[in-house]
Design a protein around this ligand. Structure first.
Ligand SMILES: *Cc1c(COP(=O)(O)O)cnc(C)c1O
Length: 395
């Protein structure tokens, strides 16, 4: 028996990617100007950003970051339980908990880490984690890291979620879902999932990455919009890289649960706290986000404008009322060809392929933001129709 050779393994994987049109490429952004970006030297209209409200350019956020960095420097110097927890982190956690109506909040450097932390901190071998098939990868990975049994139900099927919980009545259980699904843009049946969790004494975990800032009064998210408060949702995870226009995540819950995570969750314990200046910027952006009703209204108008225009042009849209408007194309080659044709016309829309979406469900994931103008959306729709036609020969 001989040990597998690494060079052969890498070459096999690269050949497989090339054959499946699965090779990915990082595009280099040189500058962002409103809804446009200079990408690899070319100015393109950006229809793939999650900065739904344009708050990545928030002047208050940038000023708070500069001021706090000038005063407190960059790195926090340690993990939260050693020496990294700063007054600016504490202030942001407190403001966020009050805003969303939860006892306590924890601030982490990323949403991916936040979901790993929650699931690893709550679950272990012998426990069960019930999840929607289309949940974000980090919820899946969190259940794996915990060593819990992962049971996935068909997309948005709350009755199936209930049956999955009922199948393991003896096990401690978490029911986890995205609120707005990141690649499809549709909403989870939050009320029915909360009822299932309640009747089965499971904890409900909701990831609000694409709901926060966009839905609910003052942008409190999809749970708030559905009338679900802290009691019904045991853990709310709020990634801050989308409508918040920043970076990091909040984990919110009742005091005993948050304390348990803080004491024991390894992805929290063993990682350096984010820059204090980042927390200062996020505090400023929280205030901006709460007051952004005009941008939320504008965004909803643009979503309607896009969908009406797409229907008029016979474009095959999925059933989404969020700023995430996917155009399902099926195979990787077609998705890449349409994205390339769009780029030639000046529009930047990333082709999304497996493993981000299931096999055979490659798509263009178009995202709208409050910074787009209706005329820009009309331009995109015309370019889409032309690009679909121009690439018809591609399977
Ligand atoms: C983006 C995203 C995350 C990860 O958050 P990061 O801060 O980017 O690590 C988690 N969940 C969902 C649903 C997301 O879309």
């Amino acid at each position: 028996m001989s040990r597998p050779r690494w060079d052969e393994r890498l070459a096999t994987a690269a050949a497989w990617r090339a054959g499946e049109d699965a090779q990915r490429r990082r595009r280099m952004v040189e500058r962002v100007e409103g809804s446009r970006a200079v990408v690899d030297g070319r100015l393109l209209l950006n229809f793939c950003s999650n900065d739904y409200l344009g708050l990545a350019a928030s002047t208050a956020g940038v000023a708070a970051l500069q001021e706090a960095a000038a005063q407190h420097g960059l790195g926090s110097g340690g993990s939260a339980l050693v020496c990294g927890h700063h007054a600016l982190h504490a202030r942001f956690e407190h403001e966020a908990a009050e805003w969303l109506g939860f006892d306590r909040a924890l601030f982490l450097p990323s949403g991916y880490q936040a979901n790993l932390m929650v699931l690893q901190g709550l679950l272990g071998p012998g426990d069960v984690c019930v999840q929607d098939k289309l949940n974000h990868a980090c919820l899946i990975d969190g259940a794996r890291l915990a060593g819990a049994e992962l049971r996935r139900y068909p997309h948005a099927d709350a009755a199936a979620a209930l049956r999955q919980l009922q199948a393991r009545p003896e096990a401690a259980a978490v029911l986890a879902t995205d609120s707005v699904f990141s690649m499809d843009g549709d909403l989870a049946p939050l009320g029915a999932l909360a009822a299932a969790a309640r009747s089965e004494q499971a904890l409900l975990l909701v990831d609000e990455a694409h709901g926060i800032g966009v839905l609910g009064s003052e942008g409190r998210g999809a749970c708030a919009a559905a009338g679900l408060t802290a009691g019904a949702v045991a853990v709310l995870v709020v990634p801050l890289g989308k409508a918040f226009g920043g970076q990091g995540a909040l984990v919110l819950g009742e005091a005993a649960l948050i304390d348990h995570l803080l004491q024991s969750a390894r992805p929290y314990l063993f990682s350096t706290t984010a820059l204090p200046a980042l927390a200062a910027a996020l505090s400023a952006n929280l205030q901006a986000l709460r007051r952004a009703d005009d941008r939320r209204d504008q965004l909803q108008r643009l979503v309607r404008h896009f969908r009406e225009g797409a229907q008029r042009r016979g474009l095959p849209l999925l059933d989404s009322v969020s700023p995430i408007q996917p155009l399902l194309l099926g195979c990787n080659a077609r998705a890449l060809a349409v994205a390339a044709a769009l780029e030639e016309r000046g529009y930047w829309v990333t082709a999304i392929r497996p493993p981000s979406v299931p096999e055979g469900r490659a798509r263009l994931r178009i995202t709208l933001t409050a910074r787009h103008r209706p005329a820009e959306i009309d331009g995109l729709l015309d370019a889409l129709a032309a690009s679909l036609e121009a690439t018809e020969a591609v399977p």
